[in-house]
Ligand binder design. Structure first.
Ligand code: KDG
Length: 336
C-alpha cells in the first residue's frame, strides 16, 4: 500500500471489568511468573486482554503470580506455543481454534464458512453446553482450555484488487491458517492457498510470496498489514475463536487456591477480550483505510454469492467434524 503516516490515535475503549477478589496472601503460597506467548501485537484485543489477566493475578495475589507477555510470535507460532505448553517451556498461550483442530477435531466446526452469523451467536455458542464440552476435550492433552476468546470475523486483504465476488478470488495467492478446512475453502473458490504460521505472514506479503491473507480488521491493522497491502475487503467468511490455554502439568501443580483464581481471572478476561475486540473492530477498519489502503464492504447479495460458492465445503468436511455437532452448534448459534 501507499505508506502514509499513521494516525497513532488510540481506540475508545470501555473500562475492563472490575477486579474483585480477596487477596491470596498466605506465606505458604509460592511465587510464579507465567510466560504467556501470543501471535498478535501488544495493542491488539488479545494483547490487551493478557495484560488485564496479568493485572488480575498480581492484584489478587499481592504480586505472587505475575504474567510476562511475549507478543508478535516472539516465542513461536500457535502450534509451537501449544507444544511449549505441553513440554513446560511456556505456561500459557491464546491460539486460534484452527491450528488446535489437530488436537480437538470438533473445533473444525468453526472453520466452516459463514457458520457464525454475528457476535451474539458466538457468545451463545461459547456460553453453551456444547461450548463447555469442546473446551473440556483438551483434558489429558497436556494443555487445558480455560476460556473462549474472539479472534473474529475474517476479512481478505491483498494486492491484486478489491474482492467483491467469488470471481475476484480466482487465482489469488493467499496465505491461510494451518488448517485443512481453510485450505478447502480457498481451493473451492479457485484461489491458491498456502498454509503458513502467522509470524511469517508480514514478510511473505512484503516479499510478494503471497498477494493476500485474511484476518479480522483488528489484526489487519495492529499487525501492520496495511503497510504491505493495497486492498481490504470485508468478506466475514469465517468467524475464528481464540482458546485461552494453560499447560496442564503446570496448572495441576498449582495450589488449588491459585487454580480457582486463574479460572476466575480467565472468565473475566474472556469477557473483557470480547468487549475490546468488538469495540476495536470498525475502528481498526477505519485505521486500515486511513493508512491508504482501499476498503470495500460486501453487501448481503455479495455475501450470498460467497455463501453459495463455499457451500460444498460443508459436504466435504461434515463426516470428519460430525453432522450432529454441526447441527447442534448451528441451532445454538441461532438461539434455538
Ligand atoms: O495468537 C493468535 C495468532 O497467533 C493467530 O492465531 C492469528 O488468526 C490468526 C492467524 O491468522 O494465524
Amino acid at each position: 500500500g501507499e505508506e502514509t503516516a499513521q494516525d497513532s490515535g488510540e481506540p475508545e475503549l470501555s473500562p475492563p471489568p472490575e477486579i474483585d477478589c480477596e487477596v491470596l496472601d498466605g506465606d505458604d503460597l509460592a511465587e510464579h511468573t507465567i510466560k504467556f506467548g501470543i501471535g498478535l501485537a501488544e495493542d491488539s484485543p488479545q494483547g490487551r486482554a493478557v495484560q488485564y489477566f496479568g493485572d488480575y493475578l498480581s492484584e489478587c495475589t499481592d504480586g505472587r503470580l505475575t504474567v510476562d507477555l511475549f507478543p508478535d510470535s516472539q516465542v513461536g507460532d500457535d502450534l509451537e506455543m501449544m507444544s511449549g505448553l505441553r513440554s513446560g517451556t511456556l505456561e500459557m498461550t491464546y491460539p486460534s481454534t484452527s491450528p488446535a483442530v489437530s488436537f480437538v477435531p470438533e473445533l473444525g466446526v468453526f472453520d466452516l464458512p459463514f457458520l457464525v452469523p454475528d457476535t451474539d451467536a458466538a457468545d451463545r455458542i461459547f456460553d453453551s453446553e456444547v461450548g463447555d464440552e469442546m473446551l473440556a476435550e483438551f483434558e489429558g492433552s497436556g494443555m487445558l482450555a480455560l476460556a473462549w476468546g474472539e479472534n473474529g470475523f475474517r476479512q481478505v486483504t491483498n494486492n491484486d484488487g478489491p474482492i467483491e465476488s467469488p470471481e475476484d478470488v480466482q487465482g489469488l495467492d493467499v496465505r491461510v491458517m494451518e488448517n485443512e478446512i481453510q485450505v478447502t475453502i480457498w481451493e473451492q473458490l479457485g484461489a491458491n492457498p498456502t498454509t503458513m504460521a502467522f509470524g511469517e505472514v508480514f514478510s511473505a506479503l512484503e516479499q510478494g510470496v503471497v498477494s493476500g491473507q485474511e484476518n479480522p480488521w483488528v489484526t489487519n491493522y495492529t499487525s501492520n498489514f496495511w503497510e504491505v497491502q493495497d486492498y481490504g475487503s470485508e468478506t466475514r467468511h469465517v468467524y475464528t475463536p481464540f482458546l485461552f490455554m494453560i499447560g496442564e502439568e503446570f496448572y495441576n501443580g498449582l495450589d488449588p487456591a491459585y487454580q480457582d483464581l486463574i479460572q476466575e481471572a480467565s472468565d473475566a478476561t474472556s469477557e473483557y477480550q470480547r468487549q475490546v475486540a468488538r469495540e476495536m473492530d470498525s475502528w481498526a477498519r477505519d485505521q486500515f483505510e486511513a493508512s491508504g489502503a482501499e476498503v470495500n464492504v460486501l453487501d448481503e447479495d455479495q455475501l450470498d454469492a460467497f455463501r453459495e460458492a463455499t457451500a460444498p465445503v460443508y459436504d466435504r468436511w461434515a463426516p470428519q467434524i460430525g453432522e450432529e455437532l454441526i447441527d447442534e452448534v448451528r441451532s445454538v448459534a441461532e438461539g434455538e
